[in-house]
Design a protein around this ligand. Structure first.
Ligand code: DER
Length: 236
């Protein structure tokens, strides 16, 4: 089984929780893409009816529109029945890192407005603690004086050997990546465990200039992990 096969297996399993009449949060990324495709297929087959989708990115908006999924937004539907989305990391407490695809703000807005948030991952996303792999912890910042924000973020986590880097369009290009909301992303790379995630989250969000970060703490209701040996479903 390829990694994409596993993503598809997790995604299809999550869509089994979708019922007709639901307002759905539609996630972003290569795993969530399979879930959105599956929802479109079931709508077309008449197996699902009266679904409204709230996309978590312009990319997902386009994908859902091309599939004929009726779309709306949080202004119209401030409460979402179910959201399905991927993650970059999942720890044993079902805390997540998200945002390596750049959609963390709209994802967090939709997923914090939903009654149930199902996370779909292949087994490679499983970590013992957030930041274990030393991979990017995304932070969305306003473009104004982003270097100032990056430096303050780096200083916040100096104890964990943090390095802050501006995300660019492509590796090596100087062109900053711009989010759907017109902001930049500063990725934080840690050498050590940053410790209490709630404290880390509060410290990041207190910095004026920071919009949001990629730690989704205590938000997932269910995590569906697809692995070589089968599917594992973990509930909060
Ligand atoms: O960027 C994001 O938040 C994505 O949802 C990410 O967390 C998972 O993307 P993937 O399914 O392509 O690995």
């Amino acid at each position: 089984l390829t990694q994409d096969d596993l993503k598809k297996i997790a995604a299809y399993k999550a869509v089994e929780y979708v019922e007709s009449g639901m307002v759905l949060g539609l996630g972003t990324g290569s795993t969530a893409k399979h879930a959105v495709d599956r929802i479109g297929e079931l709508l077309r087959q008449g197996k699902l009816k009266n679904i409204v989708g709230i996309p978590t990115s312009k990319k997902t908006h386009e994908q859902a529109k091309s599939l004929g999924i009726p779309l709306s937004d949080l202004d119209t539907h401030p409460t979402v029945d179910l959201a399905i989305d991927g993650a970059d990391e999942v720890d044993p407490g079902l805390n997540l890192v998200k945002g390596r695809g750049g959609s963390l703000l709209r994802e967090k807005m939709v997923e914090s407005a939903c009654k149930r948030f199902i996370v779909i991952v292949d087994e490679s996303k499983w970590v013992r603690f957030i930041g274990e792999g030393g991979l990017a912890m995304p932070v969305e910042v306003v473009p104004f004086c982003w270097k100032f924000s990056a430096k303050r973020l780096q200083n916040l986590f100096e104890y964990a050997g943090c390095v802050a880097k501006l995300r660019t369009e492509k590796e090596g290009s100087a062109q900053p990546f711009v989010t759907d909301n017109g902001n930049f992303i500063v990725d934080l790379y840690f050498k050590e465990d940053i410790g209490d995630l709630k404290i880390a989250s509060d410290k990041i969000l207190r910095l004026a200039g920071v919009v949001e970060h990629g730690m989704f703490l205590d938000m997932a209701s269910t995590v569906i992990v697809a692995g070589e040996l089968g599917i594992t479903i973990k509930h909060k």
